[in-house]
Design a protein around this ligand. Structure first.
Ligand SMILES: Nc1ncnc2c1ncn2[C@@H]1O[C@H](COP(=O)(O)OP(=O)(O)OP(=O)(O)O)[C@@H](O)[C@H]1O
Ligand SMILES: [Mg+2]
Length: 294
């Protein structure tokens, strides 16, 4: 549904997107990650037809990105958006719905996004999170085949985020192809079929969350009381024990073997202490992300 090959975008001397290639399959949920300024918005806005590439090929729905022929099949929630200050919530959503042949019911969408209460409020009076909710509602009102969501949950409260992820899930069930950016790595890991990580314009990783986090060296982490004697434990097991957070520890520079796990639990037992949680699982996406973007 989306094909990007050798995409490059320069702003003067800055190469904001540097020879980036990836594909997004029909019905796939593709998440683009990367630090501030990595080139996510630039990439997404080129695919939406809002910016022009300097080099490379960008195809969306079998047509060059931004062609008029596909515009009614593409939904967009920009990172920053603005509407006419005096338009009311309900008017805005009805207006956008009127651009499509078979739109969603604007009233149902307003209810879904908890925008009922502000249906008669002028756009400029909406709170930041309400504007984001309206922007997402506008992105999906035309039942698009492909949706681009640029940091959809930024600025939303807990409930807004939950609604957003459940809408994303519904779009996916319907077969919609979704490309989104976010800084929430745990949510990305949970929802993404595939992830791309941009770093200074370059695509430094591409794959499913499990591909990116498996096959890597894992380490033993465990939690216990806040005052575990890490020196004594380290001496007993022959490795350095570091404090990762309050009451959370990790054994540095030593892969978790059955022997190590047993040594750690034995040490706790010898002091009549409980290990609350012991984890030898694969790295989280966040750990992998920090590794490739540092
Ligand atoms: N129109 C422009 N003119 C000059 N530089 C630009 C322009 N648009 C973007 N840039 C620069 O290109 C780089 C990539 O910006 P982009 O907005 O794509 O990053 P991003 O990954 O979306 O970051 P964020 O997480 O902060 O949204 C940044 O260094 C930015 O300053
Ligand atoms: Mg951005």
């Amino acid at each position: 549904m989306i094909h990007v090959s050798s995409l490059t975008k320069r702003y003067g001397a800055l190469v904001a997107v540097d020879d980036v290639s990836f594909d997004v399959a029909p019905g796939e949920l593709f998440v683009l990650l990367g630090p501030n300024g990595a080139g996510k918005t630039t990439t997404v806005e080129i695919l939406e037809g809002l910016r022009k590439a300097d080099d490379g090929t960008t195809i969306v729905l079998d047509a060059p990105a931004g062609s008029r022929a596909i515009s009614s099949s593409v939904g967009v929630m920009p990172q920053e958006s603005d509407l006419y200050a005096g338009i009311k919530t309900a008017e805005a959503l009805r207006l956008f719905a009127s651009f499509y042949d078979d739109p969603e019911d604007p009233d149902a969408l307003m209810e879904r996004f908890d925008l009922d209460r502000v249906r008669k409020t002028n756009y400029r009076r909406l709170s930041g999170g309400e504007k984001r909710r309206l922007s997402l509602a506008i992105a999906i009102v035309g039942r698009p085949k492909v949706v681009f969501l640029d940091e959809p949950t930024a600025g939303m409260d807990v409930e807004g985020r939950a609604t957003t992820w459940s809408i994303v899930d519904e779009l996916k069930q319907r077969g919609t192809t979704i490309m989104l950016t976010t800084h929430l790595l745990d949510e990305a890991e949970r929802v993404a079929d595939r992830v791309g990580i941009l770093h200074r314009g370059k695509l430094v990783a591409l794959g499913s969350p499990s591909q990116l986090t498996s096959g890597r060296s894992t380490e033993l982490t465990f939690s216990g009381d806040a005052d575990v004697d890490t020196e004594a434990l380290g001496a007993a097991i022959g490795a350095r024990v570091a404090r990762a957070a309050k009451g959370v520890y990790r054994v540095a520079n030593m892969p978790p073997t059955p022997r190590l796990v047993s040594d750690v639990t034995k040490w706790f037992a010898s002091r009549d202490l409980l290990v609350r949680r012991l984890d030898v699982g694969p790295r989280s996406l966040e750990e992998f992300y920090l590794e490739v973007t540092r």
